[in-house]
Design a protein around this ligand. Structure first.
Ligand SMILES: Nc1ncnc2c1ncn2[C@@H]1O[C@H](COP(=O)(O)OP(=O)(O)OP(=O)(O)O)[C@@H](O)[C@H]1O
Ligand SMILES: [Mg+2]
Length: 385
């Protein structure tokens, strides 16, 4: 099921319990919550900013204001599905709610009706957002456990894609330890927070002033460690920024940091493919398995997940086929281990040189992703060349 965001304005405990029970185990996230139905203005203001996919509104206390409140809800969140909730059902109130613009009317016990309504909205969105999204691809890298190499892979893949005539944005969404700006020697003083704060004037010329460039085909937006990025409203706005950038780049490459952060969760819907970067030690593989499980439970299709095995040595205790089976994911790439090589490159303020074995592997991975034919290998095949 395609994940949904919800806005709730519910005062009664009975309806609140019914709603929670009705959406148990569904990939839904409450992004606006309000309990003072008599004081509806703050709810409307947040709806206007956050625009959840579904609004669940208790109409019991609205009386004559029903028409007006529903009109305001529709104008604040025009694309949302509106579900009117009441503790009872009389033909008059149902008719009044539907006439005023509610898409559904529910009263306890909901039974499967809430779930079915959410599934309908989800199916509609998966067609409009999932299947026919316009613009380039969004590719994310996630470190199974700290230090598995997600940032290293994201930076090199972005540069490699840029070398092949692709227009690429590398955006750092690792709000804990965002290192992209440091590794890539970016010059812009701006960060993702500036993009979030200026959504209202996000056009191409404003955007060009935010990002750093200098590497062919590649523009970079560094992370911000500001706590402001973690406010629920801001986190929702990440999705709007990603929706905007996908129309201007062939590839948006995201560093999501380690594990499933709050931000990572909120941007999943905008990501076409997530590469889970893991090393082969037991704790990392354990974490990788947990992440896959959580993502799948939240409705993220397994087909959009890939494994990147990093720091692979000649003696692997487990084969890539066994790992694919264990995690249920396709291995996108296996990268050899060369700590000294990376240490030296980073110490000199550079990425790996094009002829470095790890870099060559990353080049192959980028070509595979972009569907660019392999360069003819000179001589035999080896992971450690
Ligand atoms: N293939 C590799 N061989 C050897 N060392 C590597 C390899 N890839 C990454 N490293 C090293 O591992 C360390 C962690 O890499 P990196 O910062 O890319 O990981 P990360 O998953 O982004 O970490 P964090 O959880 O801190 O965000 C760095 O010192 C890097 O040089
Ligand atoms: Mg990192």
């Amino acid at each position: 099921m395609y994940p949904l965001t919800l806005g709730l304005a519910i005062a009664s405990a009975e309806l609140s319990d019914e709603v929670r029970a009705g959406m148990l185990d569904l990939p839904v996230r409450v992004v606006v919550e309000h309990t003072e139905i008599a004081e509806i203005a703050p709810f409307l203001e947040r709806l206007d900013r956050i625009r959840p996919d579904v609004v669940l509104l208790e109409i019991r206390q609205l009386g004559d204001a029903l028409d007006e409140v529903l009109r305001q809800v529709k104008s604040a969140a025009p694309d949302s599905m509106i579900v009117a909730l009441h503790t009872t059902a009389s033909p008059e109130t149902i008719l009044a709610a539907v006439r005023a613009g509610a898409h559904e009317y529910l009263y306890p016990p909901f039974g499967p009706l809430l779930r079915q309504a959410l599934e309908r909205k989800s199916a509609e969105l998966s067609l409009t957002r999932g299947g026919t999204r316009k613009g380039g691809k969004t590719l994310a890298f996630l470190s199974a456990k700290g230090g598995c190499g997600a940032t290293t892979v994201a930076c090199h893949i972005a540069v490699e894609l840029g070398r092949h005539d692709q227009k690429v944005l590398l955006a750092d969404l690792d709000l804990e330890t965002g290192l992209v700006a440091f590794l890539m020697k970016t010059r812009t003083p701006y960060t993702v927070l500036d993009a979030l704060n200026n959504l209202h004037r996000l056009d191409l010329s404003y955007w060009k002033g935010l990002v750093s460039n200098g590497i062919p085909g590649l523009e970079i937006l560094p992370a911000s460690s500001s706590l402001a990025c973690r406010q629920p409203e801001k986190v929702e706005q990440f999705r709007h920024v990603l929706g905007f950038v996908r129309t201007h780049y062939d590839w948006t490459v995201l560093d999501l940091g380690r594990g499933l952060s709050y931000v990572a969760f909120h941007v999943l819907e905008e990501i076409d493919m997530t590469c889970l970067v893991t090393t082969l030690d037991v704790p990392s593989l354990h974490q990788a398995k947990q992440i896959v499980q959580t993502l799948v439970e939240r409705g993220y299709a397994k087909g959009r997940l890939r494994l990147v095995l990093n720091r692979v040595t000649r003696q692997m205790d487990i084969t890539s086929a066994e790992l694919e089976k264990m995690l249920g994911l396709e291995v996108q790439a296996m990268l050899p281990n060369d700590y000294d090589g990376l240490y030296e490159a980073y110490a000199e303020g550079q990425l790996l040189a094009p002829e470095h074995p790890v870099r060559k592997r990353l080049g192959q991975m980028a070509r595979k992703l972009a569907g660019i034919p392999e360069e003819k290998p000179k001589g035999g095949f080896s992971l450690f060349r």
